[in-house]
Design a protein around this ligand. Structure first.
Ligand code: CA
Length: 236
């Protein structure tokens, strides 16, 4: 086999899941897509594997024996050496509130069981892309929507979009955190800043304006309402 160069570029995924059958299924699906995989049945194994194998991303099951996945995610985020390690939570819980809780601990994304391996691979790739994109110029392209934080420009298929500063900031935040649901108060903290007094209704107003700005180009569909929770930026 002359695939040494390819191996060097392979992303390594650590699967933390106590159910062997699921772990094997995930490992198989990811390896078929060209990822390298490591497996751990609990938090203790995960800890030693992260140290020795330095994975690029962790798939972390919510329900684990001993320390739960959500507590472990919080711990990973609190330690300097794993603070920037991408985490995708696997959860059997379907409620949006639980998903928000998962993301509040610092997970980058979540997948609800049962899920298709196609969806899993897509999400793994999206999270890895987000991390690798963080280090360059910051220009983000989403299906023809081009966002340039340095020139303060947004364009659609080459055509400049006239956007106000607040809508720009809101879009900037969304586009950097795709697929996650944010409550109005979370958006206020992230986009307006924690010490600014703005009513939550203001968020709705600016969401409406942002949608209107993007509508002529068909990109308003990316700004999605999640009933009784908040909003998210999604291309699905
Ligand atoms: Ca489990």
């Amino acid at each position: 086999m002359f695939d040494t160069d390819q191996n060097l570029m392979k992303d390594k995924i650590l699967i933390v899941e106590d159910e062997e059958a699921i772990r094997d299924m995930l490992g198989y699906a990811l390896m078929k897509e060209g990822f390298e995989c490591e497996e751990a049945a609990d938090v203790e194994q995960a800890r030693t594997t992260i140290e020795s194998e330095k994975p690029n991303l962790v798939l972390l099951d919510w329900m684990l024996p001993g320390m739960s996945g959500i507590d472990y995610a919080r711990r990973l985020r609190s330690m300097p050496e794993t603070r920037d390690l991408p985490i995708i939570m696997l959860t059997a819980k379907g409620a949006e509130e639980d998903k928000v809780r998962a993301l509040d601990t610092g997970a980058d994304d979540y997948i609800t069981k049962p899920f298709s391996t196609k969806e899993l691979v897509a999400r793994v790739r999206a999270v890895l892309r987000r991390y690798s994109g963080n280090s360059d110029s910051g220009v983000i392209e989403v299906e023809g929507l081009l966002f340039n934080p340095e020139t303060y420009r947004v364009s659609a298929d080459g055509q400049d979009i006239d956007i106000s500063p607040t809508e720009f900031k809101l879009l900037h935040f969304f586009i950097g955190h795709p697929e996650r649901v944010y409550s109005r108060s979370q958006l206020l903290d992230q986009v307006w800043g924690e010490n600014v007094y703005v009513e939550e209704r203001t968020v709705d107003v600016h969401i409406r304006r942002l949608r209107k700005t993007l509508e002529p180009f068909g990109f308003d569909k990316f700004i999605q309402t999640v009933r009784s929770v908040g909003y998210r930026f999604s291309t699905r």
